[in-house]
Design a protein. Structure first.
Length: 75
């Protein structure tokens, strides 16, 4: 079960990060900041991945907890 949770979390992290990047590119204020320095681009990318990982963790905990409580209630 732990391996499945980790795989789900990694998959969700990648999907959420892709969604956040797509959203950033669609926003006009963020899209105008094309010429960022190396450190600013790195920080922006790191912030995106940390946010995606945090959201994936919350979703995975919700799914795993929900399945656990569903199993408890059905027993």
């Amino acid at each position: 079960m732990v391996k499945v949770s980790l795989l789900v979390m990694v998959a969700l992290t990648v999907l959420i990060a892709m969604g956040l990047r797509w959203r950033e590119q669609r926003l006009p204020a963020v899209a105008q900041q094309k010429r960022l320095g190396l450190m600013a681009r790195g920080k922006k990318g790191l912030d995106r991945w940390v946010t995606a990982a945090a959201l994936a963790t919350v979703v995975t905990l919700g799914i795993a907890g929900g399945l656990h409580w569903l199993r408890v209630w059905l027993d």
